[in-house]
Design a protein. Structure first.
Length: 503
């Protein structure tokens, strides 16, 4: 999807932070389509390696809290996009957000950057900032830091963003689809002005070409102002579902309702909570001044129902380019697989399985790359389901994140309670666990051929324990490995034997 951008006078050299996230991953190809030269700043550049646009954009390693890496990333940059926030870093995320924004603004000024573009949250009118959720309060403060800096800035303020794969859309989708009758928090009666992700991207791209004197915030929203209850009923109509009975009750606080959302939807409560807290107050645009710089064409901004139809169509067509789970979840491990057991203090437990496969290597690889999500894990489904539920009860992500694409994986993709750490097409898939564990865990699947040309499947589960609890955990579950991991290896190879051969 590419939208014309009449307000941009010419190509710019732009820096995008947050390219591994939901919005950033969609913004980069839009900027490239508009003719801009794009550089991405990422803490883990390898996560961007398999994106379709990776060969067209420059990727550099760095962090928005690290002045030195920012100074290098800003060299030659004219416009800088700030699409990161520290929500996932724990209770001190407001301090981290504040420090990162100040460092970003200072380094941008020192490098001669002409504009900062920031996507923040729409705040309710007439509400004291101290009453806002920490999430919204921090977004507002970051916007002020940029506007008070010496670099002309544009702060776009959006409420609920509707698009395939967005956390807000997934929350709406699963609540509506799974609960024909629901007792809901009182915030379902709060008025909201949602906006389609296509319009958010249109405004972000246009931000690169705004006149130099523009240094202000803009409220951005779609044409519909509605309650969350209206949104759920509209989703049911668009999706062809029967009428939903929705009964709001005042007892469900944002904290309790985030647990409720976490149980019903794939969105874990750590992400559901700031979304729910943001809905306590009415979030409706107070102005539409952005139209003076980015004129609305026919049918723009997109109506809510059309945004829903487009999102559902992308899901049906398996064209979801980024998801809310593209970014790491709170508390998830990020350590790469150790290549030397000594790194793990001599304690790197492994479970190895090797089987000869009565199928071609491509057939075996198709089964491996299609694992998880609706296809399951080829082993003792009840055990995996129970482990997923236990993880959600412990505050983890559980199994319900599923897959971004039913057939293809790329580095950085979330896959149920795993994340793709490495993939070598046709040869290797390595997953890193993001479930709640007293240690770090990986699952590795390889396709090989032996000396006689037969296909061989190698599977390796690894666990690096953390303290005594980690060692106890491994030995407690070790008796089940033959069923879980052994069954997985057998069932994967049998499934490969049933795969039709194709070029």
């Amino acid at each position: 999807m590419s939208d014309s951008n009449d307000s941009s006078p010419g190509p710019r050299h732009v820096l995008v932070t947050g390219a591994t996230g939901y919005i950033g991953g969609r913004l980069v190809p839009e900027l490239l389509a508009a003719g801009h030269r794009v550089r991405c700043l990422a803490r883990s550049p390898e996560k961007l390696r398999d994106h379709p646009w990776a060969g067209q954009a420059q990727v550099v390693r760095g962090d928005v809290t690290d002045a030195r890496s920012l100074a290098e990333a800003f060299e030659g940059i004219e416009v800088a996009y700030y699409l990161v926030h520290a929500l996932n870093t724990g209770s001190g995320f407001e301090d981290t957000d504040r420090r990162a924004a100040r460092t970003f603004a200072e380094q941008a000024e020192a490098a001669g950057v002409r504009r900062i573009v920031y996507l923040g949250g729409l705040t309710p009118a007439g509400v004291d900032e101290r009453e806002l959720s920490a999430h919204l309060r921090s977004r507002a403060e970051v916007g002020r830091i940029f506007l008070d800096s010496q670099v002309p800035s544009v702060v776009l303020r959006a409420a609920v963003i509707i698009g395939s794969g967005s956390a807000s859309f997934e929350m709406l989708r699963y609540l509506t689809e799974r609960l024909p009758v629901m007792v809901t928090p009182s915030w379902v009666r709060t008025r909201i002005q949602p906006i389609a992700v296509r319009d958010v991207l249109r405004y972000l791209v246009a931000g690169a070409g705004l006149p130099a004197e523009v240094n202000r915030g803009f409220d951005i929203g779609g044409p519909d102002v509605m309650t969350y209850r209206d949104m759920m009923r509209a989703y049911a109509r668009v999706a062809g579902l029967p009428h939903r009975l929705i009964v709001p009750v005042p007892l469900l606080t944002p904290g309790l309702s985030s647990h409720w959302v976490g149980l019903i939807t794939p969105v874990p409560r750590q992400i559901a909570r700031p979304l729910a807290e943001s809905l306590r107050h009415e979030v409706v645009c107070q102005e539409h001044d952005i139209a003076a710089y980015v004129p609305d064409g026919p049918g723009r901004p997109l109506p809510f129902a059309q945004a829903l139809r487009l999102a559902l169509q992308r899901i049906q067509d398996a064209q979801v380019t980024t998801r809310w789970s593209s970014a790491s979840v709170p508390g998830a491990p990020s350590d790469p697989l150790p290549t030397d057991p000594d790194w793990a203090g001599g304690s790197l437990y492994t479970d190895r399985r090797t089987l000869v496969v009565d199928a071609s290597a491509p057939a075996l690889w198709r089964v491996i790359e299609g694992i998880g999500g609706d296809n399951g894990w080829y082993s003792f489904p009840l055990a995996w389901a129970v482990r997923g539920w236990l993880d959600r009860l412990a505050g983890g992500v559980g199994l319900r994140r599923g897959r971004r694409d039913a057939h293809r994986l790329r580095v950085g993709d979330s896959l149920d309670f795993w994340r793709v750490e490495e993939i070598e097409a046709g040869r290797l898939l390595r997953l890193r666990a993001e479930m709640r564990l007293p240690g770090l865990a990986w699952l590795e699947m390889r396709v090989e051929q032996d000396e006689s040309g037969r296909t061989r499947y190698r599977q390796r589960a690894l666990f690096h324990p953390r303290g005594l609890a980690g060692h106890a955990y491994w030995w407690a579950v070790a008796p089940f490995h033959a069923v879980v991991f052994g069954g997985m290896a057998r069932n994967i190879t049998e499934a490969a034997g049933r795969e039709p051969e194709s070029p």
